[in-house]
Write a protein that binds this ligand. Structure first.
Ligand code: FNR
Length: 336
């Protein structure tokens, strides 16, 4: 049985393989990007529920790069205090906590100008982005570095870089959204350059476990495929990235045929071809299903999204269902 077996990644040991997938909660009441008591209750509940690693929602490295104006932010030193409190609450419950650093690019909801690798809009309901200047590329990479530095100051255990779902980094990676003619476009190496420079900037201030979330299928003609993503995974491996969190879709408005475990084969392929640690995500809801993915060596961690919104105590239910004994929820065994 693997679901409740520990795993060590760099300096961090997780007590089990259950990860709360990053999910935007659009719950900053104002536009400050600051943690409030709702976030503390929400994430600490999943820690009480025995999730091994909680990755908090896409957190914006610039205000301009928010998915919604109610997103969490890490673009200023003023964000550190609230994030630190959140980290402490989760640590008190013996869980680890990561942060997903994000920039939405052409999918930003900012009131002002929005930016992307090329001036191509997502669809009619989104604004037309401005193609980033070399200066804006430098500033945005610097914003990821500062975000990582603040994440370290807040005490997070993991940083995950959001390179999936059609947000800024994914827009650089894909030939469908990157029509640049400078060194940040063209070949796969060129389109990968922005992500590489983001990772290198993050690594200057962050020595802990580093995850990258990708969309390993864009479900669009001419878009990136799993074959491209095996190559990208090798490039990430060379840079010292510890784990690839394998999602899909979101780059262009294409329909997705989602069924239980639909993205697991993508994680499996990357793991088999590169030997990298992978996380599987997407309609993983049943304990036996999660166990199958891990025990058959298809992924190293299972990320649960909506099922953990429905049931913060999912790990307890899973342990009971699989007949595995974990720490009881009350200090006296006789009360349980
Ligand atoms: C998401 N998802 C998501 N992914 C991500 O990388 N960063 C994010 O901030 C969000 N935000 C988000 C909000 C909400 C409300 C949902 C439902 C989803 C995607 C999520 O992490 C996960 O990959 C998918 O939901 C698929 O997994 P499940 O929900 O089928 O387990």
């Amino acid at each position: 049985m693997q679901l409740f077996s520990p795993i060590t990644i760099k300096n961090m040991t997780l007590k089990n393989r259950i990860v709360m997938s990053p999910m935007c909660m659009y719950s900053c009441l104002d536009e400050s990007g600051k943690v409030n008591s709702w976030h503390k209750t929400h994430y600490a509940s999943r820690a009480v529920g025995q999730v091994g690693l909680i990755i908090i929602e896409a957190t914006a490295v610039t205000p301009q790069g928010r998915i919604s104006v109610h997103d969490l932010g890490i673009w200023s030193d003023e964000h550190v205090e609230g994030l630190r409190e959140l980290v402490q609450l989760v640590h008190e419950q013996d869980a680890k906590i990561g942060i997903q650093l994000a920039h939405a690019g052409r999918k930003s909801a900012d009131h002002g100008e929005i930016i992307a690798p090329s001036a191509l809009r997502f669809n009619d309901s989104y604004k037309m982005p401005r193609a980033m200047t070399a200066e804006q590329i430098r500033e945005t990479i610097e914003a990821f570095r500062q975000g990582a530095r603040r994440a370290a100051e807040a005490g997070f255990d993991v940083i995950e870089i959001h390179a999936a779902h059609g947000y800024l980094i994914n827009q650089f990676l894909s030939p469908l959204t990157n029509h640049r003619e400078d060194e940040y476009g063209g070949s796969l190496e060129g389109r990968f350059r922005f992500l590489r420079e983001v990772i290198e900037a993050v690594q200057e201030v962050w020595q802990g476990p580093l995850f990258v979330r990708v969309s390993a299928n864009e479900y669009a003609d001419g878009g990136l495929t799993i074959e491209d993503h095996v190559t990208i995974a090798r490039m990430l491996q060379e840079l010292g990235v510890d784990l690839i969190d394998v999602s899909s879709g979101g780059l262009v408005p294409a329909p997705i045929d989602a069924y239980p475990g639909y993205q697991v084969p993508l994680a499996e392929r990357i793991k088999q071809e590169t030997g990298m640690l992978t996380g599987a995500v997407g309609l993983i809801t049943a304990p036996e299903q999660a166990e199958e993915i891990l025990s058959n060596g298809r992924a190293d961690l299972v990320f649960l999204g909506r099922e953990l919104l429905r049931d913060p105590y999912w790990p307890r239910r899973a342990a009971a269902q699989l007949g595995i004994k974990i720490a009881p929820p009350v200090p006296y065994e006789r009360g349980w």
